[in-house]
Design a binder for this molecule. Structure first.
Ligand code: SF4
Length: 411
């Protein structure tokens, strides 16, 4: 039997181009002060910022770049040395460490001077507390204001009272943002950006949904690459143009039953953060096992079905509060079981990321419940998003091989 090969997605070249343009614009604004720049958490209120004339930069994207290039391994100790525990978010440690070292992979990737200088740092604690602590470092360092939204955790039903609470906090951001940007808030512009984000989210879900087909034309590892516009360019028309191009290509692959993993035999769900410095190794491993990781909590986290241009504040509040990461165990369990069914998954891999308990859903009995009550087999891989000292290649490979053998019996 011949060795299976990676399938190239041709649209990626277009994505590289639009991301380069985005970072070029940020770099230009940072150098010249031509436009205000807001740093925003990955599931923060980006639409409001864009509508008020800010260019938006996402430090977690920088964290992922530091992880995938493995440059973080050199920089994280610098953050640990100034008191950030090796147990706190390794994106935070990577980013702060890179700042302390005066380095960034953005220079090589996009020829940027450095990370773009912010006028304001805007967080939402819907994902974790670390994001606020992260921004407080730069507040102390640069004297830049930090503003944000505190979202409760462990949410069951997202009810109207909760939406009032979160939407109210979002509305309260308008006044400080007007002062910082010098731009007046426009309800019309805000509604337009929320409408664009809704389109981005719908297209991104259509892309991910191609993996419901058997065989699937994409993998989770493709998703971690192609999600970039949904993360850093949502609310911009160019993200939608890109996903239309990508979708056309993927629909063509589906039509011709082209498999991302040759001879696709098993289909899995990945819960938790990617292990950025090991994406290539892991995707090669799964390819060799003729197993496709077709669905993930991570890639699905940028699907915000609640966005509604007719009701921008409340729908944005709902979209950023319905996220899996801030929901109850019961909600998460049902969600994963439903996605497994929709994507025809044979089991779930839980990545227990040492420095991100927020995205590690295996820690409170979920694996047992999924198996006993719903018959879904699971395996846990211990690792981390960026800190590869927490990851054992050998141990993970053995666990995954045993899991694949077990669920593959009879297939
Ligand atoms: S959710 Fe996890 S990975 Fe993301 S910023 Fe928070 S601790 Fe870090």
């Amino acid at each position: 039997m011949t060795e299976p090969k990676f399938k190239k997605i041709k649209s990626k070249a277009k994505m590289t181009e639009i991301l380069a343009d985005n970072f070029k614009e940020l770099d230009e604004a940072s150098r010249t002060g031509s436009k205000p720049i807001a740093w925003c958490t990955s599931v923060g209120p980006a639409e409001l910022l864009l509508s008020m004339g800010f260019l938006v930069y996402y430090p977690e994207n920088h964290g992922a770049l530091l992880g995938s290039t493995r440059e973080c391994l050199e920089y994280m100790p610098k953050a640990h040395a100034i008191g950030y525990s090796p147990d706190c978010c390794s994106y935070l440690a990577s980013d702060v460490g890179a700042y302390l070292a005066g380095k960034t992979p953005l220079r090589k990737a996009y020829n940027m001077e450095g990370v773009p200088k912010p006028s304001v740092l805007v967080f939402n604690t819907n994902q974790c507390r670390d994001v606020e602590d992260w921004y407080r470092f730069y507040e102390r360092e640069w004297g830049v204001p930090v503003i944000g939204i505190h979202t409760p955790r462990g949410i069951g039903d997202v009810d109207e009272q909760l939406i009032d609470y979160v939407a109210g906090q979002m509305e309260n951001l308008v006044e400080p943002l007007e002062k910082i940007s010098g731009n007046k808030f426009s309800a019309e512009k805000f509604s337009e950006v929320v409408g664009l984000s809704r389109r981005t989210t719908d297209l991104w879900w259509d892309v991910l949904s191609c993996a419901t087909k058997v065989p699937s034309p994409i993998t989770f590892f493709d998703g971690t690459v192609h999600m970039a516009p949904a993360v850093v360019l949502r609310g911009n028309a160019i993200a939608n143009t890109y996903y239309e191009i990508l979708l056309e290509e993927l629909n063509g692959l589906v039509e011709h039953a082209v498999a991302a993993v040759d001879g696709e035999r098993l289909r899995l769900y990945w819960d938790g953060m990617p292990i950025w410095g090991k994406l290539r190794d892991l995707s090669t491993f799964f390819l060799s096992q003729r197993t496709n990781v077709v669905a993930s909590t991570y890639c699905n986290s940028w699907v915000f079905k609640a966005f509604d241009a007719a009701d921008p504040f409340r729908s944005m509040a709902r979209a950023y509060t319905e996220l899996l990461i801030c929901r109850s165990e019961e909600y998460k369990e049902k969600y994963m079981a439903d996605v497994c069914k929709e994507f025809k998954c044979d089991g779930i891999i839980f990545h227990d990321a040492r420095t991100c308990p927020n995205n590690s859903n295996n820690r409170y009995g979920m694996t047992e419940r999924l198996f006993k009550e719903r018959g879904i087999p699971t395996v846990v891989v211990n690792g981390d998003l960026n800190d590869l000292r927490c990851y054992s290649e050998e141990q993970s490979r053995l666990s995954l091989e045993a899991f694949i053998e077990q669920i593959g019996q009879g297939k």
